[in-house]
Design a protein around this ligand. Sequence first.
Ligand code: UDP
Length: 239
Amino acid sequence: MRIDVLGVGFDNVTMAEAVERGMSLLRSEGAHYVVTPNPEIVEVCRENEAARAVINGASLVLPDGIGVIKGAAMLGTPLKERTPGIEFAAHIVERMAGEGMSLYLLGAKPGVAEKAAENLKKQHPGLVIAGTHDGYFQEDSPVVEDIRKSGADCVFVCLGAPKQEFWMAKNGSATGAHLLCGLGGSLDVFAGTVERAPKFWCDHGLEWFYRLCKEPKRIGRMMKLPLFLVHVKQEKRKK
Ligand code: UDP
């Protein structure tokens, strides 16, 4: 059963359980996609019914931000823990490397996915990099065809939300991959072009503040966080 936070249903799993679920999807027939919404995306979903449908249509919906955890707790339906997309991705890469599986990296500015691939391969020699492609393309079909030809087991789709979620829902099956993960800016972190907040900030639920200090232009997007909390309070009153 999923836990509803303002219309988005989150899977109530620990990180270890999320990784197990991801690995079992990877081994099962057909294409499955994973999404990792934060409060900003939940706010997008409140206004965009189509985005809400593709996000709720994922096989695994993981709470990326501390705000979602707080929101669920305020609504009286707590989630077990925060499962950031970047950490989920790192665990999946480790497990895939152990089994010699192949990964395709899609998204970010030209050159970033290649650099991320190089770094991941260095850290996990057992990982097979099936291919890479930047996230600034006009037509889906040549990219889908490239992934299909590569025979990738898994694709990290990093086009920003909700673009990546629409992309996975529409093209997932045609890629031939079993698992597609929508991971926002994760390739920039794997490539080392963007630094993730140090552990202290992450452990104290302040990753968002660290990112804001590093990239002040995110302020407009981050204003969605207080709005999210206002909406959670309204929902709580209704309940
Ligand atoms: N991006 C892309 N194609 C686009 C728009 C964005 O590949 O058409 C990439 C962008 O370069 C960045 C990622 O998508 O690497 C989105 O990063 P953001 O920081 O917005 O994601 P978050 O982690 O906050 O969800």
